[in-house]
Design a protein around this ligand. Structure first.
Ligand SMILES: Nc1nc2c(ncn2[C@@H]2O[C@H](COP(=O)(O)OP(=O)(O)OP(=O)(O)O)[C@@H](O)[C@H]2O)c(=O)[nH]1
Ligand SMILES: [Mg+2]
Length: 353
């Protein structure tokens, strides 16, 4: 990878469509400005982004994608920072995406993360990007998946994706990552709450961070106790997803027991062990055939997301807002049932160009 080529890319607006291949060529050669521009195109979600992604897609599939999720304040950003440093010490290049579904694009939390990650800045082997919703319809998961593709194509070998584990976000990240790390911290209460939120079911690796604090061992014990049933839940969910997609069910047991690792991210303690666990999980995925299955899950999720977005886009193009609003009012007023209302809209959606 050649990160030294910092030839400025042309910034004129007329360049866009015709020069997309050039931009991708530069990205593939490791040009950071080209990568940044492609990511901006992706965030704007236009046709140019689709052209760029089509051109770079064949160069993807090499990066290992690591999701880092958990409760607010558990230490995810600090841990991502420490993991990135550890990977750099071992000679790997690292992309980092901080996904914040709640804050606006210039949110304070993200600025805080930038400050925290400053010891990585200036390293050409690291690329950091923050992402947040800007009111797009479910667009964040897709935009994140696309930015991961761009980093992968640019040659970053490990991509760390931080998401806050509240609501849908952690489920989305599980369908995007190869290895999902769930970060817990002692004294944040309630392991039971984490289990309720379904977050343990997606964990390939559990990190009990802030192990310098009291109660870390209790948290580890509690996690050990619930993990048995957690693993079963994970398989049930995985089966369900595949069956929904019309794919054959996998072997009943993928043979991986999520390790529980104590870390003190602030002092880089336990971080090497966490890195080893990620690399072991990667080997496990490759040897067991699970990697292939997860790639198919990822492809399935991406395709469905894209089709859903396309249908909504066509709906808004084909049906005036006023008419849609009236139909919604009719459904709410029991004038028409929702299935009947959808049947009325479908022909317009299907014939829209
Ligand atoms: N004592 C202790 N504090 C830590 C450790 N790791 C992180 N912290 C502190 O915990 C606070 C939250 O850390 P972050 O890394 O921002 O946590 P986060 O999970 O990314 O937070 P959000 O992104 O806001 O959800 C910061 O003040 C960190 O300095 C640790 O291992 N021990
Ligand atoms: Mg954070």
């Amino acid at each position: 990878m050649n990160h030294s080529d910092l030839t400025p890319t042309l910034a004129s607006t007329s360049e866009h469509l015709s020069a997309a291949p050039t931009l991708v060529d530069k990205l593939l050669a490791g040009n950071r400005r080209a990568l940044a521009r492609v990511i901006t195109l992706i965030e704007n979600q236009g046709a140019e982004a689709h052209d760029a992604l089509a051109a770079l897609y064949h160069s993807t599939g090499r990066a290992h994608i690591i999701g880092v999720t958990g409760s607010p304040g558990a230490g995810k950003s600090t841990l991502v920072n420490a993991l990135a440093k550890a990977y750099r010490q071992r000679g790997y290049t690292v992309g980092i995406i901080a996904v914040d579904p709640t804050s606006p694009f210039t949110g304070g939390a993200l600025l805080g993360d930038r400050v925290r990650m400053r010891d990585l800045s200036g390293d050409p082997g690291v690329f950091i990007r923050s992402m947040a919703t800007r009111g797009s319809l479910g667009g964040l998961a897709q935009a994140t998946a696309d930015v991961i593709l761009a980093l992968d194509a640019a040659g970053f070998q490990r991509v760390l994706v931080e998401t806050v584990g509240v609501g849908q976000a952690e489920v989305d990240i599980a369908s995007t990552a190869h290895s999902t790390i769930v970060v817990e911290a002692p004294g944040m209460g309630d392991e039971v709450q984490a289990i309720k939120a379904g977050i343990l079911e997606i964990a390939d690796i559990l990190a009990v961070n802030k192990a310098d604090r009291e109660g870390a061992d209790r948290t580890v014990t509690a996690l050990h106790m619930v993990l048995g049933s957690g693993a079963t839940m994970r398989q049930v969910q995985h089966h369900g997803r595949l069956l929904d997609a019309g794919l054959p069910a996998p072997a009943p047991d993928d043979g991986w027991t999520p390790p529980i690792i104590k870390t003190v991210a602030l002092r880089d303690q336990g971080v090497g062990e966490l890195l080893e666990a990620i690399e072991q999980h990667r080997s496990h995925l490759q040897v067991s055939g699970e990697l292939q299955r997860r790639e198919e899950d990822r492809a399935h999720a991406a395709l469905i997301r894209i089709l859903q977005a396309a249908v909504l886009q066509r709906l808004h193009a084909a049906v005036p807002a006023r008419q849609l609003h009236q139909l919604v009012a009719d459904v709410a007023g029991r004038e028409i049932d929702p299935y009947g209302a959808a049947d009325r809209l479908l022909p317009a959606i299907l014939s829209a160009e």
